[in-house]
Design a protein. Structure first.
Length: 228
């Protein structure tokens, strides 16, 4: 069986042909290269003993054939090659800037939504205030999350346009827009959580949409990290 490597995310596929689409990043079949290791040639019997001492070079017919060289894997070209900030961008990728920044909204966003629903059920104003503050931190952190994600996308995946990256980008934008929208809404009308209002259902639905987008982005991020 041959081994095929996705040049976008590094996923290894075993089979006679590469898959039509990478199961990890969604790259097309054309992005796979053959990385099958050549089989070692079977050893040939030693030459018959002769009175004369001869070297292996005197027996070209029994010389071991040279192993076929594996195909060279194309090295990704950083889009920041000519950028004056290339060192900064490379450092962000090297020290995992995106995973670090994305943990801020990933940790606070579910807590904020939990506080919102608990405050609505039990009319706890203090919990509603805590949800507002948490949501504010989420909204403030999202521009940095998007930027660090874009840098990683360019450095690690050459800015490849696949279904996986399109979904992740779309989800990131949805989380950013909804977080800012809900945060401003709470600043203007904090009573929307604890007081029955015509727009209250819409407020809760937008929270669930934001949570769903964040979860989807995280799930696809996990596929890229663990390649499964």
């Amino acid at each position: 069986m041959k081994k095929w490597k996705c040049t976008v995310c590094g996923y290894i596929h075993t089979g006679d042909e590469p898959p039509e689409k990478c199961p990890v990043c969604g790259a097309p079949k054309s992005k796979f290269i053959d990385v099958t290791e050549p089989e070692a040639p079977a050893p040939k019997p030693a030459p018959p003993a002769t009175p004369e001492t001869r070297s292996a070079a005197d027996f070209p017919e029994i010389s071991e054939p040279a192993a076929a060289a594996a195909p060279a894997e194309p090295e990704p070209v950083s889009p920041f090659k000519d950028s004056r900030y290339r060192g900064l961008f490379d450092m962000m990728t090297r020290f995992h800037g995106h995973p670090i920044t994305v943990h801020i909204p990933n940790g606070l966003l579910p807590v904020s939504i939990l506080f919102i629903f608990l405050s609505a059920l039990f009319s706890i104003k203090g919990m509603a205030s805590a949800a507002t503050y948490n949501l504010g931190v989420v909204a403030l952190s999202m521009p940095l999350v998007l930027f660090s994600g874009w840098v990683d996308w360019q450095n690690r995946f050459n800015g490849a346009i696949t279904d996986v990256f399109i979904v992740k980008i779309a989800c990131g934008i949805i989380v950013t827009v909804t977080a800012w929208f809900l945060f401003i809404w709470l600043l203007v009308n904090p009573a929307v959580i604890t007081t029955p209002q015509p727009s209250r259902v819409a407020f809760f639905m937008i929270n669930l949409i934001m949570l769903g987008a964040a979860s989807t982005a995280g799930w696809y991020g996990g596929k890229l990290v663990f390649r499964d």
